[in-house]
Design a protein around this ligand. Structure first.
Ligand SMILES: NC(=O)c1ccc[n+]([C@@H]2O[C@H](COP(=O)([O-])OP(=O)(O)OC[C@H]3O[C@@H](n4cnc5c(N)ncnc54)[C@H](OP(=O)(O)O)[C@@H]3O)[C@@H](O)[C@H]2O)c1
Length: 261
């Protein structure tokens, strides 16, 4: 496989949902891809389809990103093969719905490990490499819940607030190194997320539910334009404006009702 002098897109969490859709949309652009997640069978099936359909190079990397050492090893493996990642889609993550004290400490901290620590580690190792090259693009996937604390999603909303703040800061900080950082904030979308988060789909969430394709298109467009962040879909953007325009007690009560029924 010829890997040198080629531009690669790395997608974390590519085995389903947004990650799979990012892979499809970048494949349609003719990009070479590195697909990362734990479920190898799904990654391989997707890679085969994309190679056949678009005649592109696709590498599959089975990695448990919750393990920070595995993140560093992934980066080292790619470097050893001459794979320079130009576009990093830092998407892998999961949620958890339920009262804070009813969830075990282990499952709560596992979510923090993936959504916060691992996302930071992935960003760090690839941003360093991009800085050395003087170019690169990074997309961080946060959430609409990054904009406020939400009852029964306390740790997830806080973790996504971290992602949004990290992205905003890095957008400025890494600009001088030729690196663009954009944060995508999706609202409720039809992926594997709800099942993994044991999330209840309320009538309000059914109304707001988006397909992955337009969310991913919004993310790619914003990344290409070098925007600081993007909220996918106008109903979700209206909810963010509501957050800015109303007192905390009011928008938190409304969001809590929408999320928990
Ligand atoms: N869907 C929504 O409503 C929604 C809304 C706002 C934000 N988001 C965010 O969007 C991102 C993508 O989620 P999604 O909606 O596409 O859900 P999804 O369909 O469940 O996809 C999650 C992806 O993350 C991967 N992943 C989970 N744990 C991992 C680990 N330890 N190591 C490596 N990969 C791991 C999964 O792959 P494996 O299981 O194969 O490892 C899967 O590919 C997440 O950051 C989520 O918080 C989703």
């Amino acid at each position: 496989m010829t890997t040198t002098n080629k531009s690669w897109v790395l997608v974390t969490g590519a085995s389903s949902g947004f990650g799979e859709e990012f892979a499809r949309q970048y494949a349609a652009q003719g990009r070479s891809l590195v697909l990362v997640a734990r479920r190898l069978d799904r990654l391989q099936a997707l890679a085969d389809t994309l190679r056949r359909q678009y005649r592109i190079e696709v590498m599959v990397e089975q990695v448990d990103l919750a393990d920070t050492a595995a993140v560093v090893q992934l980066h080292q493996r790619l470097q050893a093969q001459g794979v320079a990642v130009d576009i990093l889609i830092n998407n892998a993550g999961h949620g958890l719905q339920g009262p804070f004290v009813d969830r075990t400490l282990d499952e709560t901290l596992a979510m923090v490990q993936l959504d916060v620590a691992s996302l930071t580690a992935v960003t760090h190792v690839f941003a360093r490499e991009m800085r050395a090259r003087g170019s690169g693009k990074i997309l961080l996937v946060a959430s609409l819940l990054a904009y406020q604390g939400v009852q029964n999603f306390a740790v997830y909303a806080a973790a996504k607030a971290y992602v949004l703040r990290l992205g905003e800061a890095l957008h400025r900080e890494l600009k001088r190194d030729g690196i663009t950082v954009t944060t995508l904030c999706p609202g409720m979308s039809d992926t594997g997320f709800a099942a993994a988060a044991q999330q209840k789909i309320t009538p309000a969430l059914k109304q707001l539910m988006m397909r992955p394709a337009p969310v991913v298109r919004a993310g790619i467009r914003a990344l290409q334009a070098g925007r600081i962040s993007v909220v996918a879909g106008w109903p979700n953007r209206a909810l963010v404006i509501l957050t800015w325009a109303t007192p905390r007690w009011l928008h938190q009560a409304l969001m809590s009702r929408a999320m928990n029924g």
